[in-house]
Write a protein that binds this ligand. Structure first.
Ligand code: GTP
Length: 352
């Protein structure tokens, strides 16, 4: 995942490390026997008290080295400026949204520029933690969906909406399988009664997975379908209702009225907006618009496996202000991951 973005981050990381290494005064390794003021490096200034102690104390070298290690050096703006400019271009080329790119850069800048670090600290850990903190800052804390379901009254009602053609129906089936694998029972509601074929499509997934699908005729009221789905879940002690809904854009007023009615009657726990990672910045803009006009609680991005850039996945939670709940990583039912920001950052920085 995110091959191109990983390469850009790796390059910035290495350049930052080299630059900080150069900015750092050297620590000389001095053999005990050779301790002599003449061979001390110029960058090491020793206080007078240490000078006399050096002559008498047998462990002087150790003390000196640890004293130097404990001293601090300051990372200046010029040590990182050009590299951050390059990183900015790299992030934008990877489809990371402009506002998110700026946020990442300002986080790194405020973390590093002008900061004092111990000479003995490895530059690798300084740079890694600056990049990781900046990325975590935009990815947010995420949501642990398994804990979320355990903590809420049953049935937990999760509805899916979004632009047609992005993989919404397949995603509902994948999430159903994921929840089953985590010990929850599931029922599906065929609430996209507008798009021709949508009911049959979700029904086929239900049959393949052995999951009940509540459905009415094409063109019927989606609220009625989802109401029946919730009733079915209550009657059969089912843990989670996953409801499909229409997500067409060309009829915004209808869509909003329909979702407002569903919201009023069904009182969903989560409305999840589905879009495809391969749409890059367009997916982020669409999600922002959807969030403003319809109101969403979380996001799912499909086709992350086909998007080496990774910009949408990095940007969407911060841009929309809602967590990225799941990512789709392939065509099979198993190809879904609950989005875990710390694990993604570790993967992006090559630590996973
Ligand atoms: N590679 C890959 N393909 C996916 C992923 N999610 C869905 N797809 C594929 O995208 C295609 C469209 O998915 P569907 O679920 O059928 O979606 P749709 O019929 O276009 O319409 P909606 O359900 O309204 O979004 C199918 O071939 C899916 O297998 C994913 O995460 N990765």
């Amino acid at each position: 995942m995110f091959k191109a973005l990983k390469e850009k981050l790796f390059s910035a990381r290495k350049k930052l490390e080299n630059s900080l290494e150069e900015a750092k005064p050297e620590i000389a390794v001095i053999p005990d026997a050779a301790v002599d003021a003449d061979i001390l490096p110029e960058s090491v200034s020793t206080p007078a008290s240490l000078e006399s102690e050096r002559k008498s104390a047998p462990k002087f070298t150790e003390k000196l080295v640890s004293f130097v290690r404990d001293r601090e050096f300051i990372i200046s703006e010029k040590d990182i400026h050009d590299i951050l400019d390059e990183l900015e271009m790299g992030l934008l080329e990877s489809d990371v949204a402009f506002s998110v790119t700026e946020e990442i850069l300002s986080h790194i800048k405020s973390d590093l520029s002008g900061s004092k670090r111990k000479i003995g600290t490895s530059v690798d850990s300084i740079v890694r933690s600056a990049l990781a903190d900046a990325l975590l800052g935009v990815l947010g804390e995420g949501v642990d969906i398994v804990s979320y379901i355990k903590e809420h009254d049953r049935p937990v009602k999760i509805l899916f909406t979004g632009v047609n053609g992005t993989g919404k129906t397949t995603s509902i089936a994948k999430v159903a399988k994921f929840l089953q694998n985590n010990g929850f029972s599931v029922v599906l509601g065929a609430g996209d009664t507008f798009r021709a074929g949508a009911i049959e499509q979700i029904d086929v997934h239900g049959q393949r997975l052995g999951i009940k699908v509540i459905q009415h005729q094409e063109g019927s009221d989606p609220t009625a379908v989802l109401f029946d789905t919730v009733e079915y879940a209550r009657a059969h002690q089912i843990d989670v209702v996953l409801g499909d809904t229409a997500g067409r854009f060309h009829n915004r007023a209808n869509l909003m009225n329909q979702l407002a009615k569903i919201r009023r009657v069904i009182k969903p726990d989560l409305i999840v907006y589905v879009d495809e990672a391969v749409a890059g910045n367009d997916a982020v803009i669409r999600a922002e618009e959807f969030s403003k006009s319809v109101g969403i609680d979380a996001v799912m991005l499909t086709k992350v496996d086909m998007d080496p850039k990774g910009g949408a996945a990095i940007s969407i939670a911060h841009a929309v202000g809602k967590p990225l709940l799941f990512i789709g990583t392939g065509q099979a039912y198993e190809d879904v991951m609950a989005f875990n920001p710390s694990a993604v950052v570790a993967d992006l920085l090559g630590d996973a």
